[in-house]
Design a protein around this ligand. Structure first.
Ligand code: SF4
Ligand code: SF4
Length: 167
């Protein structure tokens, strides 16, 4: 039996995804617990202490895997997008959840093939002409719908811990 076959459904889904580390859902992740700043610095994340966040896309994301899995800030293990929350709360076959991730990545790849990206820190300008423009706009519409339905954060909102600049 391979290692992946022994993973929980949640771990399988997140290993097929990794989107919350890419910046597609937002440019920052919060430092929520005492000790997160030290962990984030030790793991060489790009921290903004005075805002209590680290920047995304995360430099420790390798494909869909976290290079610092055992030494991550609290948010990394506690974040639940809607898709993960539905899988954990309602169960059922994992395939539709993996398909939702695959489709979302296809839409992102299509936009990137057109020279566009919706990831944090990159140019989010959407442009095209004629039939191209129509296809692009329909892809953007489907992507926005999927991000809203499947990937918004369902975790209770908590204020990050802010530190003095230069911490
Ligand atoms: S976006 Fe959701 S499914 Fe994807 S890695 Fe993050 S928590 Fe897991
Ligand atoms: S530390 Fe790991 S889990 Fe956290 S954002 Fe970076 S790659 Fe993702």
């Amino acid at each position: 039996m391979s290692d992946d076959a022994e993973l929980s459904p949640s771990a399988k889904l997140c290993l097929a995804c990794g989107l919350c580390c890419t910046g597609i859902l937002g440019p920052h992740a919060p430092l929520l617990e005492p000790g997160d700043l030290e962990i984030a610095k030790r793991s060489r994340l790009r921290v903004i202490p005075e805002q209590g966040v680290f920047e995304l896309p995360c430099p420790r994301l390798d494909g869909t895997r976290c290079e610092v899995y055992t030494d991550r800030p609290h948010i990394c293990g506690s974040f639940r997008c809607s898709l993960l929350a539905r899988l954990q709360d309602e169960g059922g076959p994992i395939e539709p959840f993996i398909d939702a991730v695959k489709r979302t990545k296809e839409l992102l790849a299509f936009l990137e093939s057109k020279g566009m990206s919706l990831h944090a820190g990159q140019d989010r300008k959407i442009e095209g002409s004629g039939d191209d423009a129509y296809e692009i706009m329909s892809v953007v519409a489907e992507l926005m719908e999927r991000l809203q339905t499947d990937f918004i954060n369902t975790s209770p909102y908590r204020e990050p811990i802010k530190y003095p600049a230069g911490s």
